[in-house]
Design a protein around this ligand. Structure first.
Ligand code: GDP
Ligand code: ZN
Length: 332
């Protein structure tokens, strides 16, 4: 929890946070809560792949096994579990990454994430506001964002890297990598050292798969292994897979997760988590729920008029606020 987050506090925020951390859309888990004895007797592990009707669990003690889900049971990649016989007990999760599906329903893609790598490139460029929304989604879910500029071999990438440093350098690490030559990619496992779980998101074509292939040498092998184990006769899709990296980190391959469609972010969260505003909020705004629009005594607006933050950043923030305030398509 950051100082800023603490400063805002308030019961509404706590309620919302509780709702988020309560796996909304992931519940209910109708099974009775497991007893201490059951938990102690089971094998602990993590869900490393999801096949619709079953999950692949990698056990802490070694080995992997496919476990069927009961019809009501929900589990996703990253879930920490205890397996008792054939029964799966899903432990409470944090660091929840969601997206909106085609029908406008929120879907959980992965949980227990520590780090979200927002991958971008000079070509194709991301839509306006993409990185900022990534920061907001990550931070509001308690996940640490980092910026990963891929394709540093492209002419002009250096200039983009400098601009990214300028905008985001104070807020998060800005990694420069090249999947093609492997230059700089070691920084990704380093950021995940000590068993952290990370995911890469980014627009289609920026090189997420290429980075994964460069970081997980046996990826093809692993993918074909998983397919063989999947349930036949039913349409199943692997939505995400957890890969072990050398150095102890874990990286989730979030196949098909192209955009941050689920803006599971409240305007008040945008106001405290927007990248670049962190330092300005230390001395604070007069109002605890200040949205930095036109409120008197606003620290962000003061920084804007003194030239401490560029107008482009405040405009980018207002644009996102407007998007968040607009009615969400298909949400109900
Ligand atoms: P994804 O959609 O984000 O998974 O992107 P892919 O990994 O499929 O890559 C999209 C395209 O970018 C492919 O043609 C890759 O060969 C290319 N690409 C990926 N990484 C690099 C890189 O570091 N440099 C260059 N020049 N091209 C890259
Ligand atoms: Zn303010």
């Amino acid at each position: 929890m950051t100082a800023n987050e603490r400063a805002v506090g308030g019961s509404d925020r706590r309620k919302r946070r509780a709702k988020k951390q309560g796996r909304a859309g992931h519940e209910p888990q109708p099974t009775e809560s497991p007893s201490e004895r059951e938990l102690a007797a089971g094998e602990r592990g993590r869900v490393v792949a999801h096949h619709g009707v079953a999950v692949l669990v990698r056990f802490d003690a070694g080995g992997e096994r496919q476990i069927w889900l009961t019809p009501e049971q929900r589990a996703v990649a990253g879930d920490l579990v205890v397996v008792v016989g054939d029964r799966l007990i899903v432990l409470p999760a944090t660091g929840i990454l969601r997206r909106m599906d085609a029908r406008g329903r929120e879907r959980t893609i992965a949980v227990n994430l520590d780090l979200l790598g927002i991958v971008i490139a000079l070509d194709p460029r991301e839509p306006p506001g993409y990185i900022d929304r990534g920061f907001l989604i990550a931070r509001s879910a308690g996940i640490e964002p980092i910026v990963i500029l891929n394709k540093t071999d492209l002419a002009g990438a250096g200039e983009l890297a400098r601009r990214l440093d300028e905008i985001y350098g104070e807020s998060a690490p800005v990694l420069r990598v090249c999947a093609k030559t492997s230059e700089g990619i070691a920084a990704i496992p380093e950021a995940l050292a000590g068993g952290k779980l990370g995911a890469l998101v980014g627009p289609s074509g920026v090189g997420k798969s290429s980075l994964l292939n460069a970081l997980v040498p046996d990826l093809d092998l692993r993918v074909s292994e998983l397919n063989r184990g999947s349930h036949k006769g039913r349409h199943t899709t692997t939505t995400a897979t957890v890969h072990d990296l050398s150095g102890g980190g874990l990286l989730i391959d979030t196949a098909g997760f192209k955009d941050f469609i689920a803006a599971d972010v409240e305007p008040g969260e945008a106001a405290i988590f927007f990248p670049g505003f962190e330092g300005l909020l230390k001395d604070g705004c007069r109002f605890r729920d200040c949205l930095h629009r036109s409120e008197p005594g606003c620290g962000v607006l003061a920084a804007l008029s003194s030239g401490q933050i560029p107008e482009t950043r405040h405009r980018a923030y207002l644009q996102i606020l407007d998007e968040l305030a607009a009615p969400k398509k298909g949400r109900r």
